[in-house]
Design a protein around this ligand. Structure first.
Ligand code: FE2
Length: 265
């Protein structure tokens, strides 16, 4: 079984490059399950229902998010427009599972592909240098008690490399993949850990690389040089789609191989 995970889609440039590449990658690589992190897809801040629908139309089965999940209010209504046991698209948009209990939306989705393959996707957020949320390590222990699928993909949306590496080791042999998002810079450490878990500290952004992590570089430089607040806008130059391709056993959930993709125009 093959899983394609597309890293943080950033703004219109990110959506355009994903539109350009995702279909041929799915077809040529024989991808079964497609997961896309969409938290910055709307101009760098959040995701709208229309953009979520477009990403589903392009082949995504599940969309993950992170700290920008609430930036577009209409996404909250979209996520809540179907019941918790639904398999419709709005239920397949996730927010981090370790947010405070009672937060809108869901952090876990368990589904079945048309070929009968069961899978689960879990979205988590880190605690180092980020807003306070529950412990992602113990939250995963609790979640794994409830998951029936063997193929389990974890998007760990976190700032610190140490926290991501640590969660990878903590879950090695217990899930199919632990893949990091949020820093927007792809890391070169993709591998299969000894217990059979695919791992990469950060998949990187699918967006404009002529930027400072997606934002127009002049705007960010102005802030660093003057300390003054200013508007941030999504950049457009040098768009690339950053993704991780994972091959795994559909019966045991064990990963075999990983391959990094960084596709430009
Ligand atoms: Fe983020």
């Amino acid at each position: 079984m093959r899983i394609l995970f597309v890293g943080d889609v950033f703004g219109s440039a990110g959506r355009r490059i994903v539109r350009e590449h995702i279909a041929h990658v799915i077809a040529e690589r024989g991808v079964d399950l497609v997961i896309v992190n969409a938290e910055n897809a709307a101009g760098g801040f959040g995701c709208t229902p229309a953009i979520a629908e477009e990403l589903f139309d392009l082949g995504a089965h599940v969309l993950t998010t992170g700290n920008h999940v609430w930036d577009k209010r209409e996404l909250i209504d979209y996520m809540q427009s179907v019941p918790p046991d639904s398999h419709e698209r709005p239920r397949r948009v996730l927010r981090p599972a370790n947010y405070v209990a009672g937060t809108p939306g869901h952090g876990i989705y368990e589904g079945t592909l048309p070929n009968g393959q069961a899978y689960a996707v879990i979205n988590l957020q880190g605690r180092v240098f980020m807003a306070s949320n529950d412990d992602p390590f113990r939250k995963m222990d609790a979640i794994l008690e409830t998951i029936k699928a063997k193929v389990i993909f974890v998007d760990f949306h976190a700032e610190a490399t140490s926290e991501k590496v640590a969660l990878g080791w903590y879950l090695d042999g217990r899930v199919t993949a632990v893949v990091g998002t949020h820093t927007h810079v792809p890391t070169a450490d993709n591998r299969v850990l000894p217990g059979g878990t695919a791992y990469q500290t950060d998949v990187g952004m699918s967006g404009p690389y002529e930027s400072v992590i997606g934002v127009e570089k002049e705007m960010v430089l102005h802030r660093f040089l003057t300390g003054m607040p200013g508007k941030f806008e999504a950049a457009k130059g040098d768009p690339r789609m950053a993704a991780l391709l994972i091959e795994c056993d559909g019966v045991t959930g064990q990963a075999y191989t990983t391959q990094r993709l960084l596709l430009g125009e």
